[in-house]
Design a protein around this ligand. Sequence first.
Ligand SMILES: C[S@@+](CC[C@H](N)C(=O)[O-])C[C@H]1O[C@@H](n2cnc3c(N)ncnc32)[C@H](O)[C@@H]1O
Length: 222
Amino acid sequence: MNNLRQVMQERWNTKGYHYDHTGGHGTKSPAEKERWTKILAQLGSGPLAVLDVGTGTGFVALLLAEMDHFVTGIDWSTTMLEQARAKACEAGLEIAIIEAETETLPFTAACFDVVVARHVLWTLTEPHRILAEWYRVLKPYGRVLADFSPHRSGTVGHHYPLEIEEKLPLNRDLEPLAVAAFFEDAGFANVQAETLPLLPDSKAVTYLISGFKRGGCGHGSA
Ligand SMILES: C[S@@+](CC[C@H](N)C(=O)[O-])C[C@H]1O[C@@H](n2cnc3c(N)ncnc32)[C@H](O)[C@@H]1O
């Protein structure tokens, strides 16, 4: 792991214990829960093998497990994962929770039906490389779902020191089509950017990026 990522990882290890108690993260918000329940319901009844990348305290992983999917959550923060494990245990839900970097996922190619990432795109240091890694672990025709909120100038410096946030390519006021282009560059097909309905009492615009891994016939890499 390079120095930049080590500093970033350490920030999440420090934040882990407070994350669920910070309103902006929405993990205790009924409206946010409803929003993601609707998004994940699009996947159908399954059960599907789903990877929740940057699972954090397990917000998405828990919802997926409640829907009877086979869920694996990865994150590089020990303390975030401690919370996720405790919540899964309390809810009686079986989730494979693994400490790993999303840059080098510890999985063979083509083993997941779906890759989900909530509140993660903005923090990626090398989106091209990382999206290619998500593409690798998806089965042909598998789906990726990730949200994106444009970070306006003046709002950076919230999670990491400013000099780090300025190095993150998706931590910007980007048009959703520009974000979608990163997914297309990684090989995803049928990439769409949907504007999600605003949450009550919030003006924060959020997009949901969705795409599919190409199937056989020489497209992309398996
Ligand atoms: C804003 S939190 C989102 C957590 C969770 N997905 C949610 O919706 O509440 C971002 C998470 O991504 C993790 N993360 C960031 N970069 C990562 C990387 N390169 N590899 C693995 N995890 C990473 C952080 O540790 C943190 O838990």
